[in-house]
Design a binder for this molecule. Sequence first.
Ligand SMILES: [Zn+2]
Length: 278
Amino acid sequence: MGIKKVLIFGGTHGNEWTGIYLIKKYSSLLKNEFKNLDLNFIHANPEAFVLNKRFKDEDLNRAFEFVEEKRPHSYENLRAKEIKSLILEEECFVIDLHTTTSNLGSTLIVTQDHPLNFILSSGVRDSKIIHSPDPEKKYLVSQSQTGVMIEVGPVAQGVLSAQVLHETLRILRELFTQISVKKPTQKNLEVYEEVEDVYYPQSAGSLDGYIHEGFQGRDFQEISGDYTPFRLFSGEEVKKQTQEILYPIFINEAAYYSSKLAFTMCRKKILNLDASQN
Ligand SMILES: [Zn+2]
């Protein structure tokens, strides 16, 4: 596999400024550092950035499921069509930059099962890998068999944080290095597989509570048996139970309030990279 062309998308969500400023301000520097690669930096959703909102008409990072439909009212449908044809021009590796308000730390999200995605991710230090299969191909990154999302937090929407910017740059540099090397650095890779979405306590479409103070920020911390994710506005605690060891992610992500999604539970599994290359 001789992938040289890399498409790096920033600002798929218009209020996630890290990726936007990264592609605007660091592209020349990175192109100079990695002359062996054909790096292409693309602002995915400029109209949403102007509005400083996640999206203008529909979420661009879900819009690819409907990319073949005619939605003349939707700016993101138009962008999805343009971005998809750009990705399909020739073999490439796609990197889509995101941030989260949750205390997720540094993560790579793999949506397509191509072994290269796991091999390259395994070479990035101090970051976790989330396996989030996308059979409907709704995500931008899923338009290519080879690609990953970078997701770093916590940072508020419409805000730059030095740590989150530096971490995103570090991961990007390590991925570029891995694309040049393409050898698994670990034989057995730990990945987190999404198993369950957990929603806020609610009635008639309105929240009845919030993330419990003891649960806030505990992304990727092991949970088994009883735990207390919510507190109701009445003060009462809401307890839940797991039947196996699970790990919560995206706890209190701002963008998910519209769907009342509070966090997602993951199971840790070990992927054998030797086997996945066969
Ligand atoms: Zn995002």
